[in-house]
Design a protein around this ligand. Structure first.
Ligand SMILES: Nc1ncnc2c1ncn2[C@@H]1O[C@H](COP(=O)(O)OP(=O)(O)O)[C@@H](O)[C@H]1O
Ligand SMILES: N[C@@H](CCOP(=O)(O)O)C(=O)O
Length: 293
């Protein structure tokens, strides 16, 4: 059995802590009961000694397995990770969601995606990554009384994401502490109106509206200043036909959306200008969390 969870790009400009979509870049985990606990990692994080022991997946898995079965059982976990750590592609959400889903599978307890999502909220208080990680597609989400309320839009297959993944990580938790404590009414109105327009543009598939709609005054500038090349990436992406180009989550990845026919040209230009960074063309994802039996 393989539990698989996609990477996510959150905020999408003005939708701070609210908007996110999933892309087809997945972490997969296989597990089986075993006499001894063991973890094997292939791909992202494989040389990180912190992930070999009691990592975030294992502690969340144990918490839920215990809650569901009241039993102690060792497992052998095999991780195949494609989501880079601390690059703004929702690696922590993917781990949280996969740990909760894996614990339910291991315990033989059927659970809805909505419940998994609400469990995930305990470990990540903003719903903009965990929602598309579970549901797939474009999502708008909010939290009320410890529950996620969200709406999903299926994404068409003629769009592509082009992501530029810098070599330096940015910790989401640390980066959040650098943001302003309050915003002026003018900037709040700016972001509310732009986030609303972004949602409408996605639901109405008005892709040409996104360049205007995805402007932000809440978080991007402050974060992008930490890595000024990101401003040039955004400018280059727009010159090369991107429909939108925004900081992915808290960064450091930059996310651009474009038509399939423009993706190769956009990626080639970004690779040429930023040879030090990884550039990937990704399909969008509409499945979210999957369990392959
Ligand atoms: N594959 C993984 N296995 C275990 N823990 C992980 C994995 N990926 C991410 N994490 C945890 O999540 C943290 C990164 O979270 P965060 O800074 O929010 O980055 P991101 O923007 O990728 O979500 C890592 O330091 C690690 O603790
Ligand atoms: N809304 C959050 C999103 C963080 O996404 P991540 O992929 O960087 O974890 C924020 O902007 O802090």
């Amino acid at each position: 059995m393989i539990i698989s969870v996609p990477a996510t790009s959150a905020n999408l400009g003005p939708g701070f802590d609210t908007l996110g979509l999933s892309v087809d870049l997945r972490n997969r985990v296989e597990f089986k009961p075993s006499r001894f606990f063991s973890v094997s990692i292939k791909g992202e994080g494989e040389s990180n000694p912190r992930l070999k022991g009691n990592n975030m997946f294992v502690s969340i898995f144990n918490e839920h397995y215990q809650r569901l079965t009241h039993k102690k059982q060792n497992f052998k976990f095999q991780f195949y990770n494609s989501i880079p750590l601390s690059r703004g592609l929702g690696s922590s959400s993917a781990v949280i969601v996969s740990a909760i889903a894996t614990a339910h599978e291991a315990a033989g307890v059927r659970v809805s995606k909505r419940r998994i999502l609400n469990h995930a909220l305990v470990y990540e208080s903003h719903p903009d990554n965990i929602t598309p990680a579970v549901m797939g597609g474009f999502n708008v989400a909010t939290v009320e009384k410890n529950k996620v309320f969200s709406q999903k839009k299926h994404l068409p297959d003629y769009l592509r994401a082009v992501v530029v993944i810098p070599d330096k990580p940015i910790s989401t938790a640390k980066s959040r502490t650098t943001l302003p404590k309050s915003y002026s009414k003018e900037n709040a109105v700016f972001n509310v109106s732009h986030a609303a327009l972004t949602v409408a543009a996605f639901f109405n598939e008005d892709w040409e509206m996104l360049k205007i709609a995805t402007q932000d005054r809440f978080h991007q500038k402050a974060r992008m200043k930490m890595m000024p090349e990101l401003f040039t990436i955004q400018k280059t992406a727009y010159e090369q036909g991107a429909l939108m180009s925004t900081l992915s989550g808290s960064g450091s990845t930059f996310f651009s959306l474009c038509y399939d026919e423009d993706a190769a040209g956009l990626a080639a230009r970004l690779e040429q200008r930023f040879p030090q960074f990884a550039v990937k063309i990704l399909n969008l994802d509409n499945h979210g969390l999957t369990v392959e039996r």
